[in-house]
Design a protein around this ligand. Structure first.
Ligand code: AHR
Length: 511
């Protein structure tokens, strides 16, 4: 199969914001406890932070990390997580039916984020939490001194304010699995008042309104339309979440499922455009999309029948976990090569939407539906999905160009779409071009021809490919390098005739 893509520097989609490569960590399973924080272990530092995790996270060069939830945040009181650890209370966490020991809180997260060189993006509890408590959290984190909450931060050992810029106004408030779930109109009222108060404390902060995520809910998009009527003047971003699940659709279809994310993002773009047209006073203000949860999630330990009626569900039912345990090993998805190729395809889609998507968080980062897993003995494993994500964060910097495409298409559950999907990033500073290409043909290689009008002579200098004969292959602690990307020879490749192995995800670099 042959596909031709023509690119010109004159046709940019947009610049890649560094926050496009971000992640998310929630008080859920072993994401915080056993992931970030594992005190009194030889492989952790004096703060109890795992050294191996710090190194692996630093290597990803992430923009922001969203914290502390997720569903967890909607019944979380941040005040339980500050002060002397011995005095902290254990609380019930209703999102995951576990016990939260509160040994890690906002101060710990900010200290860790500083060490790994990322900006925190903090979600406030707009479910059971009050707007006052949300504003107090901003005061605790960002106010210099001389008030109760800022002085308490100092007393707790943190003289300098954290100056946290990005704040999420709740999480998935559209769903009744969320503690304190409410209607769109109620959410708009509460979020508007929270936004006002939080910005009164610190006018420099940027706010993310909680948009709709779940396409099967009757409120999908209507929610966004309703909340934006009120929130447009107050916020800077609207969030949406998107998880792609295999669920037996077959490899060819699953590989094409980037199209579902693309449609999902277009839907949010459309509702934003419509909302803007209703705000003549704000015609110069663009609200951006914060895709603050995206990944493949095959829900390996969630009872599938509990998802049949998502709208009537009070909690995710887990197959194995007992209730009210502290940081049980739940949602520890094992990712295959196929999952990794899909994650690579989703990354391509994110790149092709950087005109609207300014923040995107791979959900999650550690142990829970994550690229990185750890065991209790100090070992760290990079799962298959780590690799496309790492390559995206490394090579996906610069400006994304829009192609003219002539390509064979395939018929999939997502419509007729190109067999080869690409995103092209122009790194002007280094005069390099990176082409990310997913060949979703599982039976044969594809040929890619690139016409780079507007570029001077340019040569293929590197071809990294991620592929293999066994799409079900995974990495394990015993066999950690079972599925890793490899470099192909560039010797006999010409721009007109680039070979992409069957079922592969590729990064082609041109100098
Ligand atoms: O990432 C796991 C969960 O998925 C999050 O807590 C929630 O926001 C989403 O439904």
């Amino acid at each position: 199969m042959k596909s031709t893509y023509s690119y010109d520097t004159l046709f940019p989609i947009g610049n890649i914001d560094p926050k496009v490569w971000s992640s998310f960590t929630e008080h859920l399973g072993r994401s915080i406890y056993g992931g970030i924080y594992d005190p009194d272990k030889p492989f952790s530092d004096k703060n109890g932070f795992r050294n191996d995790v710090k190194t692996a996270v630093k290597d990803l060069n992430l923009g922001v990390i969203r914290y502390p939830g997720g569903n967890f945040v909607s019944n979380y009181d941040w005040k339980d997580g500050i002060g002397p650890k011995k005095d902290r209370k254990k609380r019930m966490d209703f999102a995951w039916s576990t016990v939260e020991p509160n040994q890690f809180g906002i101060d710990d997260f900010c200290a860790w984020a500083k060490e790994v060189g990322v900006e925190p993006m903090i979600a406030v509890n707009l479910g059971t939490g009050s707007i006052k408590s949300a504003a107090e959290l901003v005061e605790y984190c960002n106010h210099d001194s001389g008030t109760y909450w800022s002085d308490l931060r100092i007393k707790n050992g943190h003289r300098e304010p954290y100056n946290i810029k990005y704040w999420c106004l709740g999480n998935e408030m559209e769903g009744d699995w969320q503690a304190g779930h409410m209607s769109a109109a109620q959410y708009a009222d509460k979020a508007r008042e929270a936004a006002k108060m939080m910005k009164w404390v610190d006018s420099d902060i940027k706010l993310v309104a909680c948009g709709s995520s779940y396409e099967m809910l009757p409120t999908y998009l209507k929610w966004d339309e309703t909340i934006m009527k009120q929130l447009y003047p107050y916020v800077d971003y609207i969030s949406t979440h998107n998880y792609n699940m295999n669920s037996g659709q077959g490899a060819q279809n699953f590989l094409a499922s980037w199209k579902q994310l693309d449609d999902h993002i277009q839907n949010t773009k459309n509702v934003l455009n419509y909302s803007k047209s209703l705000q003549p006073k704000f015609k110069d203000k663009d609200i951006k999309i914060c895709l603050d949860e995206w990944n493949v999630w095959n829900m390996q330990d969630i009872k599938m029948d509990s998802l049949d009626d998502l709208n009537g569900m009070t909690t995710f039912e887990l197959t194995d976990a007992k209730k009210w345990e502290e940081h049980p090993a739940i949602l520890q998805e094992k990712y295959s090569l196929l999952d990794a190729l899909v994650v690579g395809g989703l990354g391509i889609t994110i790149l092709n939407n950087v005109d609207a998507v300014e923040i995107a968080c791979l959900a999650q980062l550690l142990n829970v539906i994550s690229p990185i897993t750890t065991d209790e003995d100090g070992h760290l494993l990079k799962q298959t999905i780590y690799y496309p994500f790492q390559l995206l964060t490394e090579y996906g910097r610069g400006e994304v160009l829009k192609p003219h495409i002539e390509s064979d298409t395939q018929s999939t559950d997502y419509g007729d779409i190109p067999v080869v999907e690409t995103a092209t990033v122009y790194d002007k500073a280094n005069q390099q071009l990176h082409v990310f290409a997913l060949n979703s043909d599982t039976k044969q290689s594809s040929t890619l021809a690139l016409h780079l009008t507007g570029f001077k002579s340019i040569n293929l200098t590197e071809h990294i490919t991620f592929t293999g004969d066994d799409l079900k292959a995974i990495n394990t602690f015993e066999n950690p390098n079972n599925v890793i990307p490899t470099k192909l020879s560039t010797e006999n490749e010409s721009l007109d005739n680039l070979t992409l192995p069957k079922a592969s995800w590729n990064v082609l670099t041109f100098d």
